[in-house]
Design a protein around this ligand. Structure first.
Ligand SMILES: [Zn+2]
Length: 481
């Protein structure tokens, strides 16, 4: 009988914290646009005799992240040295938390597309420092130490994931959860999020995990999913052919879409961890944790529930509207200004998302204030403009600095609800379209509404879209009787 396999996946995510300065020194952490080695000092260059001093903001941000991921905060933790020799680490060791991390035992919950609910434990979160960056050119390697000493948190998940899809959704959930807290840009593309995956396979139903392989070098969430799928397939065929899976580190090759061996267990580094003697233990008291907890924004899950309950939007729409903290704030402002949650959701998810996509911008660069969109929706609700003119007004407002009311007034967009004016237009259209009128009388009840719609369209055209369509229909029906 064919063997059934089950895969076991754990993820290690490194996040850069968006503090103003680095973790042990006063160098500016906003280094991305600047020339190499301009954000450095004797401390982050590892000069002998210098001493690190922990940036308090790093602790605050790290605790914020840990609370958002439902972790418990250890009141006392410590720093350790991870020793290795590599040019990107001028001290020849990285300061991290090995024995006792500042946070542990968290969890993230999410739902898969098929509705399956998944809960993934978070083993621990540790504070550490980023390394410099090597740039390899021809026969030389160049070093840029601007990134050395940028604060990181490493988030280590329990081996609770069972498929690439679950890993992908875990990363998306982690990203939106952390993004809400504002402690990190959480962007894999720009390098503020990095992810390694531990993958093993075992026979279905087994309680004993297989030999695990670490995969590195993925540059997007999709690449993480593909690397996991490749690795699961590779391990299964290795085992089915009577081979063995070795404990090793493999690199994802994006061009070839395969993993290749980077180092085997025999070559694995011995990091000779030992307690960092230059830093005090990290003590975080209850009052501090509670104060930080109070600054946390509403979680996405809570916001989704609230959108469904308060605004009556569907679960699907609530998920889209709450995925990004700025989008959800924009949406709620539109609701406040328009007093129409349903229309606000439709317009934000329709028109606003369309413009963001067309222009490839985020909501912060959207050229219209939420309150202006709210006003447009209100003008439609009041019957001042038709829905169709509302779309036109929306397009205009993207480029126009005048208020929506002013545009409507000055550009003559006000909907005509004057009975006499519409009666005159209807009379004109009926005289000029005798064939359609005859057709209307000849049509059976099933077809009549369609012919009527055509006539409404003619009147709307004659009014240049400004006539109130409900009134047009009403008057047409009266005259056709
Ligand atoms: Zn420095």
């Amino acid at each position: 009988m064919q063997k059934q396999w089950e895969s076991v996946i754990g993820l290690e995510v490194h996040l850069q914290l968006k503090t103003k300065t680095k973790v042990w020194c006063g160098c500016s952490a906003d280094y991305d646009q600047d020339p190499p080695n301009t954000h450095t000092c004797p401390i982050c260059l590892g000069h002998p005799g210098t001493l690190p001093k922990l940036n308090k903001k790093v602790v605050e941000y790290a605790v914020k992240g840990a609370l958002a991921l439902n972790c418990s905060i250890n009141r006392v933790s410590a720093f350790d040295r991870k020793n290795y020799f590599y040019p990107d680490m001028p001290k020849n060791y990285q300061i991290t938390q090995f024995d006792k991390a500042f946070a542990e035992k968290g969890a993230l919950e999410f739902k898969l597309k098929n509705g399956k609910e998944v809960r993934v434990g978070i083993t621990k979160i540790q504070i550490e420092e980023d390394t410099g960056k090597s740039i390899h050119v021809a026969h030389e390697s160049l070093m840029n130490y601007n990134r050395a000493g940028i604060p990181l948190i490493e988030i280590i998940s329990d081996p609770d994931l069972r498929s690439s899809e679950e890993a992908y959704e875990y990363l998306n959930t982690l990203k939106s959860t952390i993004k809400y807290t504002g402690i990190s840009d959480v962007s894999m593309e720009s390098g503020s999020l990095r992810c390694d995956a531990n993958v093993s396979v075992m026979e279905k139903g087994s309680k004993v995990f297989g030999t695990r392989v670490e995969i590195k070098n993925m540059n997007s969430f999709k690449a993480v999913a593909r690397a996991i799928d490749y690795e699961i397939g590779r391990q299964i065929s290795e085992l089915e052919e009577g081979g063995e899976v070795f404990q090793e580190t493999r690199l994802w090759d994006e061009d070839q879409q395969i993993t290749v061996v980077m180092r085997s267990k025999e070559e694995a580094m011995d990091y000779r961890y030992f307690p960092e003697p230059d830093l005090l233990r990290l003590v975080i008291d209850d009052a501090e944790v509670e104060a930080i907890r109070k600054t946390l924004p509403e979680t996405r899950g809570h916001k989704m529930e609230r959108f469904i309950k308060e605004y009556g939007v569907s679960e699907y729409d609530a998920a889209l509207l709450s995925a990004d903290r700025e989008i959800s704030a924009f949406f709620e402002e539109v609701v406040r200004a328009s007093n129409n949650p349903k229309a606000s959701a439709n317009w934000v998810l329709g028109e606003v998302f369309r413009v963001l996509k067309e222009r490839e911008i985020g909501i912060e660069a959207f050229p219209m204030r939420a309150v202006d969109l709210g006003t447009i929706l209100k003008l439609i609700d009041k019957g001042d403009i038709s829905g169709k003119l509302g779309k036109e007004l929306f397009e205009k407002k993207l480029y126009d600095l005048r208020s929506p009311e002013t545009i409507v007034r000055e550009d003559g967009m006000i909907q005509v609800s004057d009975r006499a004016a519409i009666e005159a237009l209807v009379g004109e259209v009926l005289t000029n379209n005798a064939v359609i009128v005859d057709d209307y009388y000849a049509a059976d009840d099933g077809r009549k509404p369609r012919v009527l719609k055509g006539l409404v369209g003619q009147v709307m055209k004659a009014s240049k879209g400004k006539a109130n369509p409900n009134l047009v229909t009403e008057i047409l029906l009266e005259k056709l009787k």
